[in-house]
Design a protein around this ligand. Structure first.
Ligand SMILES: [Zn+2]
Length: 219
């Protein structure tokens, strides 16, 4: 069922927002706008911007400065998208300046945000979910400890290759990211609350229940 709607889906890491975004994208034929994967794609390109992004995100492990992001990534990317299809913004905006930017920019490309969902998950639950993630070496199959394999198992149940935990998912790194997010998300949430646009979804429930609740809001 194609729908030309634009949705923002926010939430901390481990909230399952990516899963919900992919589900909605498929259901309504929406284009996924996820800055993390956009940046990783650009970082592979042999261009000036590509090299700079690669240095920031892959070599230094830093966050791309907002002004650079706005001028060199977001403006171009939004213009490249299919005008006849809606967008789902996955984990975007991450800071207040970005929320304000989209508020001005989207009308200039004949779009407006129709729904904003905030999938709320406590810091403890986020930590628990992220630290239970592992990947296999050969095919990067995403695996959940306690569901797909036990803590002691060291082979992928799908392909049999070795499994490991991403360096980024080490507890102290996760805590850092969650704290950065929390600090920056608060003003974004406030901003949309004042515009009466945000819909809070309790994310500490089964995926199917969350899907159903979200679909109930979309007309
Ligand atoms: Zn595997």
């Amino acid at each position: 069922m194609k729908k030309n709607i634009n949705i923002i889906i926010m939430g901390p890491q481990g909230s399952g927002k990516g899963t919900q975004a992919r589900f909605l994208a498929e259901k309504y034929d929406l284009q996924i706008f996820e800055t993390g994967s956009i940046l990783r794609e650009i970082a592979k390109q042999d261009t000036k911007t590509g090299q700079k992004i690669n240095e920031i995100i892959n070599i230094k492990g830093d966050i791309v400065p907002w002004d650079f992001m706005k001028e060199n990534i977001l403006r171009q990317k939004i213009d490249q998208l299919d005008k006849d299809r809606g967008i789902i913004f996955d984990g975007t905006p991450r800071i207040l300046e970005e929320a304000e930017f989209w508020n001005k920019k989207l009308p200039s490309v004949d779009r407006k945000i129709d729904y904003i969902f905030y999938i709320d998950v406590s810091k403890e639950e986020s930590m628990r979910r992220i630290s239970s993630r592992k990947l296999c070496k050969k095919n990067a199959h995403p695996l959940i400890v306690g569901k797909d394999l036990s803590e002691e198992e060291s082979k992928c149940p799908i392909c049999g290759s070795d499994v490991y935990r991403r360096e980024d998912d080490a507890p102290e790194k996760v805590l850092n990211r969650l704290q950065w997010n929390e600090k920056n998300m608060k003003p974004v949430i406030e901003y949309y609350k004042q515009k009466k646009m945000i819909i809070r979804i309790n994310g500490e429930r089964p995926i199917e229940e969350i899907k159903k609740e979200i679909l109930g809001y979309i007309k």
